[in-house]
Design a protein around this ligand. Structure first.
Ligand SMILES: *Cc1c(COP(=O)(O)O)cnc(C)c1O
Length: 457
């Protein structure tokens, strides 16, 4: 075993195909329902929001879907991303485990999100879309789509959750630098936004509300504007598998194969992106890699939410999907600094967790930031608070391996860097962050407003 630190692929090794888990998943896809009629949605309904090529990817069962040349050309600005072996972290922990991470923070906007943003802008351009609307929480997705819009010359309208808009001006400025229009949500630009503001002028906003605004603008644009989502949907998970396909080649270069693959989950895209190619090997080649999705105790959709049909957004405009959910009215606690704030979870990932193919755990806020700093002080990189949830679990795995004297091989996705999240670190340093468990009563109350769907839950 060499002590090589970074495993670097050539541009020519950039994958030519995304991997579609629906080709190999032993689970039948669950229906996607219209938010008013609760009947299965038709491509017609979806085509108000998305270009047809993305709708076809959403329902495709083809195993490999070709990455268009134009998309690969743009990927080459930062892909293939490096795989690092965290030798210094291993030493700091005194663990016999080998820890590897895929560094998606090297993308121009600092996270994995451009992997799908570039693809979505490409298919929208090809379909003649004149503008794309979207929402953003902390700003990672908004900046990725703004970047993609600038490459394909498509105007981007971003509805940014108001607390983040006010607290994170640098992400907003980054979006504006790429040429996007950014609005604080709830805004007075939509009927839904105005209705929220009429009741609560100080409303801090939520992802669910911002999605409703972005969807409303696209849905009422007579087909001129489309809507784009940065996580949750099948086509988003599909585009992110470029991460895992590269990682497979790089683990091969390292001469090892992971016993455990770990990623944080908000809507589930970066975790699925790294994990699904390894799940393929579990399903088809008899490998036994454990796949662990990590979420915050403040937004524990998989570990404590219900696996059931729920609305994708607050205003019941987006489709109803079967997923792990905390309820579509969920507004994350303001004290939670760690990102990963969506109420639901990708349906494909939810189903695989529910059937036991993928494990999920939740970690608390203080332990997460503690792990982030252990990582920073050995590997030098400031992780995004989201990614730090994965790091907490990686460190726990490595310490468990130490206790058991096992040479475990751990791979995780470093989904992004934290350079725009230093205010969260400041809150941690100053001691104002606290642990927060989402209260059981809040989950119970939210379940009362689930759609009454006439299908087996
Ligand atoms: C958006 C984001 C996440 C969470 O989204 P997923 O779809 O679950 O990947 C995680 N990490 C970073 C850095 C992000 O920007």
């Amino acid at each position: 075993m060499s002590d090589q630190t970074r495993f670097i692929l050539n541009e020519t090794d950039l994958p030519k195909f995304w991997y579609n888990i629906n080709a190999d998943s032993p689970l039948a896809p669950t229906p996607v329902l219209h938010p008013q009629t609760m009947e299965p949605v038709t491509p017609d309904f979806l085509s108000v929001l998305f270009p047809m090529e993305l709708i076809l990817q959403e329902i495709s069962t083809e195993r490999y879907i070709q990455i268009p040349d134009e998309v690969r050309e743009i990927y080459k600005l930062w892909r293939p991303t490096p795989l690092h072996r965290a030798i210094r972290l291993e030493k700091a922990l005194g663990t016999p485990a080998h820890i590897y991470y895929k560094h998606e923070g090297v993308s121009p906007t600092g996270s994995h999100k451009p992997n799908t943003a570039i693809a979505q802008a490409y298919y929208n351009k090809a379909a003649g879309t004149k503008a794309i609307t979207t929402e953003t929480g902390a700003g990672q997705w908004g900046s990725a789509l703004s970047l993609a819009g600038s490459f394909f010359n498509i105007p981007i309208e971003v509805y940014m959750v108001k607390v983040s808009y006010n607290l994170k001006p640098y992400r907003r400025l980054l979006m504006e630098a790429y040429g996007a229009q950014v609005y604080a949500s709830p805004s007075d630009r939509t009927q839904f936004g105005r209705s929220i503001l009429a009741n609560d002028p100080e409303c801090p906003g939520s992802l669910g509300m911002a999605i409703s605004e972005a969807v409303e603008v696209a849905a009422t644009s007579d087909g001129v504007k489309k809507y784009s989502l940065g996580s949750v949907l099948n086509h988003v998970l599909l585009h992110q598998t470029v991460i895992g396909e590269e990682a497979l080649k790089q683990m091969d270069m390292a001469g090892e194969y992971p016993d455990v693959v770990i990623g944080c989950v908000g809507g589930g895209s970066n975790f699925s992106g790294i994990a699904f190619p390894f799940l393929r090997n579990n399903l088809k080649e008899g490998k036994r890699t454990r796949l662990i999705a990590v979420e915050p105790t403040a937004t524990p959709s998989i570990t404590r939410g219900l696996y059931t049909f729920d609305y994708g957004d607050t205003a019941h405009m987006a489709p109803i999907i079967k997923m792990h959910t905390l309820g579509h009215a969920f507004v994350p606690p303001p004290i939670h600094a760690g990102g990963l704030r969506y109420h639901g979870m990708a349906p494909a990932l939810s189903a695989l967790c529910n059937a036991g193919y993928i494990d999920a755990i939740s970690v608390s806020q203080l332990a997460t930031f503690e792990a982030a700093l252990i990582f920073t002080r050995s590997e030098a990189i400031i992780p995004a608070p989201e990614s730090a949830h994965a790091i907490r679990t990686v460190i726990d795995e490595a310490l468990d391996a130490k206790e058991k004297g096992e040479k475990r091989v751990i791979l995780f996705n470093l989904s992004g860097h934290g350079h725009f999240d230093m205010a969260s670190y400041q809150a941690y340093f100053s001691g104002t962050l606290q642990d927060y468990d989402h209260p059981e009563e809040a989950i119970k109350a939210a379940m009362a407003s689930l759609p009454k769907v006439d299908l087996p839950a």
